[in-house]
Design a protein around this ligand. Structure first.
Ligand SMILES: [Fe+2]
Length: 337
């Protein structure tokens, strides 16, 4: 093989070894959306802001060694990611969705119309399209600072309107409302400032006239059958995340011989175990074995806290925190079978 060919193959295998996110093309030219959004705003928004999220996401993912994770996975566990991964994964996902659902009313754009299934679901949840428009506009108008307004399919397959700050979205474990967004409205000033300045309400009216309900209908059908929806339901258990955070801070330090964190946080760990045992278990995980394991977890945390109150030796603490850790993994094992 010729040397330059070997170098070329080596280079290709190197650049394709980790995933790399890329900026999606817009469906139409920048000036096609003029009716609602001016060409300059579209150009800067897409080629500078969205491109910036993509560039910073690739950097953040590489720095965190998360190249093997999907975009959805990066967002699902946002609370465990760096701020840069969280912001830029959301920035990339949210804008990709935004471009997909916008269509200009120009020749050959043929905006799709809403299908029966989505229309029925909207009428069931909101009463009418007009009510949905009001709720979405209200959520977008009230979002303080920068963020997004969403139409979301929840794990129980209902439609709800929500909003989130910055580049968060409902897929993320940090979101109050969880589910798969099928429509998102960008309410960062960069989305509208050139034409509308501070008049966010005027921008929201204009956006409504650019929505492609054919695309939103397809997204609704896809979301209902997306395994991610079941995953979100299983993972929508804030009490177990809260417990896990304190356990991770204390157990790993103890393993390395540092017992200060567990001596300081055993009360907090016990309190989180009580809250976890009292909390509603996500529907797909509900079974008696999980409930019994949570009772055992609370008892172990109680014993651990008692040892710390009695100022027990490190060796006894290690034994007990390991028992807590084992029961926690038993719970996780039961949840992922
Ligand atoms: Fe934006």
């Amino acid at each position: 093989m010729k040397p330059f060919l070997s170098i070329f193959i080596l280079f290709i295998s190197f650049i394709s070894s980790g995933q790399s996110f890329t900026l999606p093309e817009l469906r139409f030219s920048y000036d096609a959306y003029e009716q609602g959004i001016d060409a300059k705003t579209m150009e800067i928004h897409h080629s500078k802001h969205h491109q910036g999220y993509v560039r910073k996401l690739n950097k953040a993912v590489s720095e965190s060694k998360l190249e093997n994770k999907s975009l959805e996975d990066l967002m699902m566990y946002a609370s465990y990611r760096t701020r840069s991964v969280r912001n830029n994964a959301g920035g990339h996902y949210n804008h990709t969705l935004f471009w997909e659902i916008l269509t200009p009313t120009i020749e050959n754009s043929s905006p799709g119309i809403i299908n029966n299934n989505l229309e029925r679901a909207i009428n069931k949840s909101f009463g009418s399209m007009e009510n949905l428009r009001k709720e979405l506009s209200n959520a977008a108008a009230k979002r303080f600072g920068s963020g997004w307004a969403w139409l979301v399919v929840t794990p129980n397959k209902e439609l709800v309107v929500s909003s989130s700050p910055n580049q968060d979205n409902p897929i993320m474990d940090v979101s109050d409302v969880r589910g798969i967004p099928i429509l998102g409205i960008d309410v960062w000033e960069h989305a509208y400032y050139l034409r509308y300045q501070n008049k966010r309400g005027d921008y929201l009216s204009a956006i409504w006239s650019l929505l492609d309900w054919g695309v939103v209908s397809k997204k609704y059908a896809a979301a209902l059958n997306n395994p991610l929806l079941v995953k979100i339901e299983k993972e929508n258990w804030p009490e177990i995340n809260a417990f896990h955070k304190v356990l991770a801070q204390t157990f790993h330090a103890a393993e390395k011989g540092d017992f200060k964190p567990i001596r300081a946080l055993s009360g907090s760990l016990y309190a989180k175990a009580i809250l976890l045992q009292d909390a509603d278990i996500p529907k797909p995980l509900m079974n008696p074995e999980v409930s019994l394991a949570l009772i055992r977890l609370e008892k172990k945390c109680f014993s651990l806290n008692k040892l710390i109150v009695k100022n027990a030796k490190d060796k006894s603490l290690m034994k007990m925190i390991s028992a807590v850790h084992d029961v926690f993994h038993e719970v996780q094992g039961l949840c992922h079978d």
